[in-house]
Design a protein around this ligand. Structure first.
Ligand SMILES: Nc1ncnc2c1ncn2[C@@H]1O[C@H](COP(=O)(O)OP(=O)(O)OP(=O)(O)O)[C@@H](O)[C@H]1O
Ligand SMILES: Cc1cn([C@H]2C[C@H](O)[C@@H](COP(=O)(O)O)O2)c(=O)[nH]c1=O
Length: 208
């Protein structure tokens, strides 16, 4: 059994998290590393059902606290059912979004407060944090243009928030990176895919 590693991929819409995560997972597998790739909200049957409730563009009446609790509920199930067992068996876990998304989107974007959102997440998953987090930093205008140009990508309830909302989320992420410099590594996501993969792979090497 290898040494487990829990890595989260974070950042605003269209920053390239999913694209780069897949490429990094392939590189890990080429090296014989066992990997679980997963995402939030979602990653398990129940959590995917919660995802569809949260992200449904028709659910415009959803209260911000309900939203924060649903993300935490999905995370609790996903962590217990998928992430914890994978880590226990020595796998690398590459997770597309995790707790920092809640701190940035619900804590700051929705104005619920980072501490309040952190507290409900502690109830959901205890003090389990990723070993490290890659923050894909990008101007929201660029990320939103990328997802609008991607015809295969469904537009969800959060995507259609105002530009000011998405800017506040980006700023929140950068503040989190300042607060947790040992855990969160910021990558310039405006670079091309090969450059970003190279940088993320370099960071990963320092933890292996
Ligand atoms: N470095 C890059 N340069 C240009 N385009 C990119 C880059 N990385 C990803 N893309 C493209 O941008 C779009 C969004 O990428 P991706 O789905 O990986 O982002 P994401 O951060 O996972 O988005 P979201 O969180 O909103 O789902 C895709 O069409 C992808 O091909
Ligand atoms: C985990 C998590 C996610 N969000 C938001 C961020 C995105 O707008 C969507 C997820 O869509 P994606 O295409 O899978 O990136 O949900 C959030 O607000 N809070 C969270 O905890």
């Amino acid at each position: 059994m290898g040494n487990s590693l829990f890595i989260s991929f974070e950042g605003p819409e269209g920053a390239g998290k999913t694209t780069i995560l897949k490429l990094i997972a392939e590189k890990c597998k080429e090296q014989g590393i066992e990997v679980l790739t997963t995402r939030e909200p979602g990653g398990s049957k129940i959590a995917e059902k919660i995802r569809s409730i949260i992200l449904d563009p028709e659910h415009t009446e959803m209260d911000s606290r309900t939203e924060a609790l649903l993300y935490a509920a999905a995370r609790s199930q996903h962590f217990a059912e998928k992430i914890a067992p994978a880590l226990a068996s020595g796998k690398f876990v590459l997770c597309d979004r995790f707790i920092d998304s809640s701190l940035a989107y619900q804590g700051v974007g929705r104005n619920l407060g980072i501490d309040a959102v952190h507290d409900i997440n502690v109830f959901a998953i205890g003090d389990q944090m990723p070993d490290f987090t890659i923050l894909f930093d990008l101007e929201p205008e660029v990320g939103l243009a990328r997802i609008n140009a991607n015809s295969g990508r469904e537009i969800n309830r959060l995507d259609v928030e105002s530009l000011a909302f998405h800017q506040s989320v980006r700023e929140a992420y950068l503040q989190l990176a300042k607060k947790y410099p040992n855990r969160i590594r910021v990558v310039d996501a405006s670079k091309n895919v090969d450059e970003v993969v190279h940088e993320v792979w370099g960071i990963l090497q320092t933890y292996m």
